[in-house]
Design a binder for this molecule. Structure first.
Ligand code: ADP
Length: 395
């Protein structure tokens, strides 16, 4: 303490120092007040002009509501204040809303939940809500926000209906293809056997035209049998498939090669493969898939002996297989269409076939949740298809 100062001087000094402290405190409070006003303003703007319905619920009743909640529900803001919040919820959805809201308030789950709102005009609207615990006017309360998702829900519903309809019509089509290809086989077998009998018995006994006509009839019947047989196989991929089980792809390729033994030997083809994985699949269908691709690689060859190489690459849960050949290649403009049924790029005189092989491959791959494509950069073609390792059978 400065002993040279009088006691009055000391009191004045102390007063001045307190005064300056108070001034500083007042300045700080003014800043705080300004900030509080700004944040209140921000809350007000957000609360009232947000495109989302915002509200505060206390003791189960609306205490504060935004214009948007009024506009979604069709009630005036005044009507909403004091109204039980659950009265906007369709009776059947109330329990779920209560459970979800409690879980969210406790922090047990964080994703928004959906429910059906009943508007003032008794319309049903789908809304999505999230809630958070707050204090309002010194008491616990819930801050909720809600969006109208009716259009999205209706679009989802429509999509579901369309998918169900598509599945139904696909099943009907498969059934239809199955029935015609199955039921036509019997009469066709008769036509085929009798035309062949005619050819055998009356060859050279009638005139040259007759021989030619009979040969056409025999050939036509055989072709029709092959087409029906493949169509039947195609229709069976979805309906007669076996449940998926662990399948070793190396064994599968070996089996496909065994089935193609004669074609491989006659063409002098070299078929090789890398290490192939074990996956969940319908083994019989995978044999068919590899067999179709390898046999095409052999059939559509150039002068030199065919070289076919199969490899597989795994990424996460998906294996991408490739079947590469050194054959005639495929014009990129046909790289999609060749997977359609009965689609061929050559005449039967050039290369035999029904045009069903790749369509069957596509259906098998899709049943296994995958996708098939082809690339033909210059020489040869490479067919790629994906399969889910753990078995992603699609309906
Ligand atoms: P198909 O073999 O009975 O003609 P696919 O459905 O198996 O019927 O094949 C459709 C068409 O795709 C074939 O006619 C052929 O033009 C083309 N194609 C398929 N595989 C190959 C391949 N490895 N190389 C070249 N062309 C191919």
């Amino acid at each position: 303490m400065d002993i040279s100062k009088t006691s009055e001087q000391l009191i004045i000094d102390e007063f001045m120092s307190k005064l300056s402290g108070m001034r500083q405190r007042i300045a700080e409070l003014e800043v705080l007040e300004r900030e509080l006003k700004q944040s209140e303003e921000l809350f007000r703007v957000l609360f009232y002009s947000s495109p989302i319905g915002i509200y505060i619920i206390q003791d189960g009743h609306f205490r504060l509501v935004s214009h948007q909640l009024a506009s979604i529900s069709g009630y005036d803001e005044d009507e909403l204040i004091g109204m039980p919040s659950l009265s906007l919820v369709l009776t059947e959805d109330r329990n779920a809303v209560r459970t979800n809201a409690v879980k969210m308030l406790k922090g047990e789950h964080s994703s928004a939940y959906e429910f059906r709102m009943v508007t003032k005009r008794a319309e049903i609207k789908w809304v999505m809500e999230t809630v958070a615990p707050i204090f309002y006017q010194g008491k616990r309360a819930t801050l909720g926000n809600l969006t109208n998702v009716t259009e999205r829900k209706q679009a989802e519903e429509k999509l579901k209906q369309l998918t169900a309809e598509m599945q139904r019509s696909n099943t009907e089509l498969e059934q239809f293809a199955y029935v015609i290809s199955h039921d036509l086989q019997e009469p066709l077998r008769m036509v085929s056997s009798y035309t062949q009998l005619l050819a055998k018995r009356y060859q050279s006994q009638l005139d040259a035209d007759a021989d030619e006509f009979i040969a056409y009839a025999v050939d036509g019947a055989k072709r029709m049998q092959a087409l029906l047989y493949d169509l039947l196989e195609y229709s069976r991929v979805g309906t007669r498939g076996k449940p998926f089980s662990l399948a070793n792809c190396e064994d599968i390729v070996e089996q496909a090669m065994a089935n193609l033994k004669i074609a491989i030997e006659e063409s002098g083809a070299l078929v090789s493969h890398n290490t192939l994985p074990t996956i969940m699949a319908d083994e019989g269908q995978l044999v068919r898939l590899f067999q179709n691709l390898i046999s095409n690689a052999i059939k559509f060859r150039r002068q030199e002996p065919p070289c076919v190489h199969i490899s597989a690459q795994r990424r996460h849960n998906v294996v991408t297989f490739s079947v590469r050949d050194n054959g005639i290649g495929i014009d990129p403009q046909h790289s999609q269409s060749i997977f359609q049924i009965f689609r061929r790029l050559h005449t039967r005189e050039e290369y035999p076939g029904t045009g069903m092989g790749l369509a069957i491959c596509k259906k098998i791959v899709e049943r296994h949740g995958g996708h098939i494509s082809v690339q033909s950069p210059g020489e040869g073609s490479t067919f790629y298809f994906t399969i889910q390792v753990t078995g992603g059978e699609s309906a």
